[in-house]
Design a protein around this ligand. Structure first.
Ligand SMILES: Nc1ncnc2c1ncn2[C@@H]1O[C@H](COP(=O)(O)OP(=O)(O)OP(=O)(O)O)[C@@H](O)[C@H]1O
Ligand SMILES: [Mg+2]
Length: 235
């Protein structure tokens, strides 16, 4: 049974349809990516999974249980963690407080995340522990956003543009941390624009175009298909 199964979901913003029937599956321990140009529906898909957008049609199952249109807090409690596009850390809380504010282990996982473990995964955060979230760098905020999601002990981690706007050096640090999570069998759904890195770390990929999944396959298939890359990703 896949940990996540998204079945033909459609979603709207007001009268405007953003998703026209998206289906994706993630197996336990897999790193799966959503690819596609700007405005194609990647974030809307992740927000639908998280319960922040209510799909009009279709269904979402997490660990075999239907979670379609559940409120976000229930999805979070079930074991889905989100590091959202734009980071959205709490600017007036310290780095430490950001990590603790929403932390939980509702599903009583073994070896739960602690502040120390997050600091070990992102050593750059350690000297910033007492600084307010709004005063650390963009890269540190991104690490904090992922760390905060990990502190909810997610069985499935959703990462929306985890390296956006960061220098190559910082991007490399984030990819390294995501690799470590993968080595620990963390299931991850990843959105990013850096195809090279996604091909390296991702097991399988879905290309989203105008609210449809137009292609899915593994890294080898995508790497070898230049036409596909040009057509849908613009490389
Ligand atoms: N809050 C909103 N209100 C109205 N329309 C929205 C809203 N958010 C997104 N949209 C529209 O829905 C469509 C899909 O947007 P979405 O943010 O899911 O794309 P994306 O693939 O994540 O893009 P990007 O790569 O730029 O992050 C776009 O046409 C976008 O303009
Ligand atoms: Mg987006």
């Amino acid at each position: 049974m896949p940990i996540l199964s998204v079945n033909n979901i459609e979603a709207f913003y007001g009268q405007t349809q953003a998703l026209f029937g998206i289906s994706i599956q993630i197996n336990q321990g897999e790193v799966v990516t959503l690819l596609g140009r700007n405005g194609m529906g990647k974030t809307t898909t992740i927000r639908s999974i998280m319960g922040l957008v209510k799909p009009a049609n279709g269904s979402i199952h997490f660990e075999g249980k239907e979670i379609t249109r559940w409120p976000a807090y229930r999805v979070a409690n079930a074991g889905v963690g989100l590091a959202p596009e734009g980071r959205h850390i709490f600017p007036n809380l310290s780095v430490m407080e950001n990590l603790i504010a929403t932390a939980h282990n509702k599903n009583e996982l073994d070896n739960p995340w602690t502040v120390d473990k997050v600091m070990a995964l992102f050593p750059a955060l350690e000297p910033r522990a007492k600084i307010k979230g709004g005063r650390i760098s963009g890269g540190e905020q991104q690490m904090l956003s992922i760390g905060r999601a990990l502190m909810t002990n997610p069985k499935l981690l959703l990462l929306d543009e985890a390296t956006e706007g960061l220098s190559p050096l910082l991007r490399a640090q984030i990819w390294e941390s995501i690799s470590q999570l993968k080595d620990n069998h963390q299931s991850i759904l990843l959105i990013d624009k850096h195809l090279d890195s996604l091909l390296r770390i991702g097991d399988r990929h879905y290309i989203v175009e105008k609210g449809y999944v137009v292609w899915s396959g593994d890294s080898e298939e995508l790497r070898s298909d230049q036409k596909l890359q040009q057509r849908y990703i613009g490389i």
